[in-house]
Design a protein around this ligand. Structure first.
Ligand code: HAM
Length: 418
């Protein structure tokens, strides 16, 4: 084969696409109930946006970004995630002037040059949500509850909701110091990246995937024990409200996020069915990011779910999309013109109608209708042309009715299975 998709990228074809559309529609329904509005942002952004927010020493920025100079020599990056572009847009369009909370959602491709493996792609699609302007942990609980609802409505079960707090700019320095004290004595057991990042960002050591680093950091102090009073109260509030809303969760003091912008609440939803790449969704609070991007200090919280990790979990339980509502078979030139115009009129009324375009025999037209999974078949021959009526055959229950073309019963008969 001459051309193929690039490594780590994939085409999404029917019938899989119907599963995607089903999830997107389910998510839109839930977002609407919570007052989230859709935003669509560019795929390409100035590179600096990601460096400033995700962090210079993060794996994403150091190793995984699709960054290149555009023809004007500016460094641009294909977005590896949606929060930084969202906050850029939030500040650029002064959305903070609108009443809080401001709530938005997005769906679209993200790009990370990671080593492809099962459920890990270089182009992957996220459904993300961001809520701005409220500091109270009621919002954190509501955001997590909304995520739980989306996952439940698409039929995902046995998921682990893990939460933690990673503190704020007030308590982080003392945690950093405690972590450095712990790491210093055993630094030689860590990989080169961790050793290099030790001074600039020791917290990244907690996120390293190298097996030696995972075992060397066993017993490191958990950040949750170093929270300031404000972060502690916030985290207790989060737990209280999650319990109030009935969202089952566990506290995982070792939960770390690969992005630097988080403050206080961080969470991850995982499924054991996925193996190594088990995070189906993740998110957290980022109370300093709007400020960092030049806007007025505004708290924010959000999450993103990974479509490619959710699809394999829901696929079996979803109804296949089915075939056309009607396949019109026709015999002869006049009948085929009648089929063409009849199909056009029925499509205007919202039905999926297919016709035959060549001189194939009736038998082969029937076979084709069957293969397409048509729910009804109507044959136009000489009699049907003359009398403007004929037999509508239902392929599911094999019933047949004599019916007038374009009559209301005709339309109803086809819509009844819906
Ligand atoms: P993240 O944890 O980097 O967070 O990604 C969120 C989700 O995207 C992951 O849990 C996973 O399901 C999916 N994902 C990430 N990388 C890949 C990949 N290479 N292949 C397939 N799926 C992947 C963020 O992106 C944050 N922006 C989330 C957020 C929104 N935080 C606050 N607001």
């Amino acid at each position: 084969m001459k051309y193929k998709t690039l490594k780590g990228l994939q085409d999404i074809l029917p019938p899989d696409i119907s599963v995607w559309q089903h999830i997107e529609a389910a998510a839109r329904g839930i977002f609407r109930a919570y007052g989230y509005q859709e935003i669509r942002l560019p795929i390409l952004e100035a590179t600096d946006i990601f460096i400033r927010s995700i962090g210079e020493t993060s794996d994403i920025v150091e190793k995984e970004m699709y960054t290149f100079p555009d023809k004007g020599g500016r460094s641009v990056t294909m977005r590896p995630e949606g929060t930084a572009p969202f906050v850029r847009a939030y500040v650029e369009h002064h959305l903070y002037n609108n009443p809080s909370p401001q709530k938005y959602y997005y769906m679209g491709p993200m790009f990370r040059y990671e080593r492809p493996q099962a459920y890990r792609y270089r182009q992957f699609c996220q459904i993300g949500a961001e809520a701005m302007g409220v500091e109270d942990p009621k919002l954190d609980a509501e955001v997590i509850s909304m995520l739980a609802k989306i996952l439940a409505v698409i039929g995902l079960e046995r998921l682990n909701f893990e939460i933690t707090s990673i503190g704020c700019k007030n308590c982080r320095p003392s945690y950093r110091e405690a972590l450095k004290v712990f790491l210093r004595g055993r630094l030689s057991s860590f990989c080169g990246d961790c050793q290099r990042r030790f001074d600039s960002n020791p917290l990244r050591v907690l996120d390293c995937k190298v097996p030696e680093c995972i075992s060397a950091r066993q017993g490191s102090p958990p950040v949750i024990e170093y929270l300031c009073a404000d972060c502690k109260t916030h985290f207790e509030g989060l737990e209280h409200n999650l319990n109030l809303l009935g969202v089952p969760h566990t506290v995982n003091p070792n939960l770390v996020r690969g992005l630097d912008y988080y403050t206080k609440t961080a969470f991850e939803v995982s499924s054991e069915s996925l193996g190594a790449q088990k995070a189906v969704a993740a998110g957290g609070r980022y109370d300093g990011l709007v400020d960092e991007f030049g806007g007025p200090p505004t708290p924010g919280i959000g999450f993103a779910l990974g479509m490619e990790r959710i699809i394999p979990l829901v696929k079996d339980s979803l109804k296949p999309s089915g075939g056309p509502d009607l396949f019109i078979c026709c015999m002869g030139r006049e009948a085929s013109e009648e089929a063409l115009s009849l199909a056009e009129q029925l499509r205007t009324r919202g039905l999926w109608v297919e016709i035959n375009y060549d001189n194939a025999s009736l038998k082969s037209q029937m076979r084709k209708a069957n293969r397409m999974g048509a729910e009804n078949i109507f044959v136009i021959g000489e009699d049907e042309l003359k009398n403007k009526q004929g037999v509508l055959k239902n392929m599911t229950d094999k019933s047949e009715i004599n019916i007038n073309l374009l009559s209301d019963e005709f339309i109803k008969a086809m819509k009844k299975e819906k």
